[in-house]
Design a protein around this ligand. Structure first.
Ligand code: GLN
Length: 249
């Protein structure tokens, strides 16, 4: 099966090696015999609804976010339509913030979001930096942990009825207070977790790949397990760092 990934602003939003997430999705798909075609969708490049099975956007500092925000706002309809039609989506940190309703940056400048995720983000005076451990339940009864790294000034306030990605076990999360991290709308997930995220969370990489395949097939297929020893070791190291950092909740 061939799946098409739309990589939003790869030349602007690629902080902390977030590009590694695309490499992991591509390899894990290939190891199951699937082909992934990655198409750049950057400033001035068109986003055709229905073209992509998964959309991906990485993180970036306020400066890069300001450089893409207007272009992304102009693409809002295409992204919202893709998500509504069941395309999968992963947004990390700066990209995650711009898929909410708005992001007020460190200098107080308001950047428009596209309103896919039900939240607003406001940069605070201090940065939330360090290793993070989350407990997630993306499928009923299937509790997993996500480990990663966060570095953001933004405080993301979810609407009361919003679905978070996970509960903060250690670290700051969306705002350092609520105990929640990330946000989920259907097959679209946003998170503050860098690392990059996917190499050290193989279950989540496969969940995302299955969602992209579901956009093609109609339902998420069972993916053959891979020998994830190295990935699971990386997860354990990242999780232990988060827990010993003292940010445990
Ligand atoms: N510039 C945003 C913030 O500081 C996002 C940072 C990032 O993508 N790591 O909150």
């Amino acid at each position: 099966m061939k799946i098409v990934v739309g990589h939003l602003y790869p030349d602007y939003l690629n902080i902390y090696a977030d590009r590694g997430n695309i490499a992991v999705l591509t390899r894990r798909a290939a190891w199951r015999g699937h082909e992934v075609e990655v198409r750049s969708v950057s400033v001035g490049e068109p986003l055709h609804a229905g073209e992509h099975d998964l959309l991906y956007v990485g993180g970036g500092q306020d400066r890069e976010q300001a450089l893409v925000a207007q272009d992304l706002a102009a693409k809002a309809e295409g992204v919202l339509e893709a998500a509504a039609d069941g395309a999968a989506l992963l947004a990390v940190c700066g990209g995650y913030q711009l898929l909410g309703r708005s992001y007020r940056d460190f200098h107080g400048d308001e950047l428009p979001g596209i309103g896919l995720f039900p939240f607003d983000t406001v940069a605070g005076a201090t940065r939330m930096i360090g290793d993070v451990l989350l407990e997630c339940e993306l499928e009923p009864g299937d509790r997993r942990t996500l480990a990663g790294f966060e570095n953001h000034a933004g405080r993301t306030r979810l609407d009361p009825d919003a679905q978070p990605l996970g509960r903060v076990v250690a670290g700051f999360g969306n705002d350092g207070e609520s105990g929640w991290e990330g946000c989920r709308v259907g097959r679209a997930v946003g998170t503050y977790l860098h690392g990059p995220l996917l190499p050290r969370n193989p279950w989540f990489a496969d969940w995302l790949l299955a969602q992209a395949l579901a956009h093609r097939l109609g339902e998420a297929p069972q993916l053959d397990p891979l020998a994830d020893d190295l990935e699971l070791q990386a997860h354990a190291v990242s999780a232990r760092r988060a827990e010993t950092r003292g940010g445990r909740r």
